[in-house]
Design a protein. Structure first.
Length: 157
C-alpha cells in the first residue's frame, strides 16, 4: 500500500507540473482552462477565476503545489466537499468502459490526456496495469471508488 501511495503522490506532482505550463510553480486560471480544454472539459473564464480564488489561500491569484494538494485533503476542507471532488475526479478516470471502476485503459487514457504518457515514456499501459494491481484491494482488476479514495487521501497525509 505504501508503494502505491508514493506513486499517487508522485503522480499528483507530475500532474501539477503538467498543469503549470509556464513552469513558475503556480497554476493560473488560464493554465487551468488550457488543461480542462485538453481533456474535453469547457469552463467559463469567470468560473475558473472563482475556482482559483477559492483555492488560493495566499492571495497571489494562482494555485501553488500546497494549495493543489489541499484539494483532496479533508483536514483542510469538509469531508462532504472532499468526497464530491474525489467522485468527480474518479469519474474522469473511470471513463466510458469503467462500469464503476478505473481500468488500466481508463487510467492510461487520462494520463495521455494530461500529457503524462509521452514525456520520457513516463506511463505506459503496463505501468497503468501495475498501478491498478497495487491499488485494487478486492482483486477484480479495477479500482473502485473506495479504493481510489483510500489511496488519494493517504497520498496527502
Amino acid at each position: 500500500a505504501e508503494a502505491s501511495e508514493c506513486m499517487v503522490r508522485e503522480d499528483l506532482f507530475a500532474i501539477f507540473r503538467h498543469l503549470d505550463a509556464i513552469g513558475d510553480r503556480k497554476i493560473s486560471w488560464v493554465e487551468l482552462k488550457t488543461a480542462l480544454n485538453s481533456v474535453g472539459e469547457d469552463a467559463g473564464d469567470d468560473e475558473l477565476r472563482e475556482i482559483v480564488k477559492q483555492l488560493d489561500s495566499d492571495g497571489d491569484g494562482c494555485i501553488d503545489l500546497e494549495e493543489f494538494i489541499r484539494l483532496i485533503n479533508t483536514e483542510e476542507r469538509g469531508a462532504e466537499e472532499a468526497e464530491k471532488e474525489l467522485a468527480a475526479a474518479f469519474r474522469m478516470f473511470e471513463g466510458r468502459e469503467g462500469g464503476g471502476g478505473i481500468t488500466p485503459v481508463g487510467l492510461h487514457r487520462m494520463m495521455c490526456r494530461l500529457g503524462l504518457v509521452d514525456v520520457d515514456n513516463y506511463l505506459t499501459l503496463d505501468h497503468c496495469t501495475f498501478i491498478i494491481s497495487q491499488v485494487d484491494q478486492d482483486g477484480d482488476g479495477v479500482v473502485n471508488f473506495e479504493e481510489f479514495k483510500r489511496v488519494m487521501m493517504a497520498a496527502v497525509h
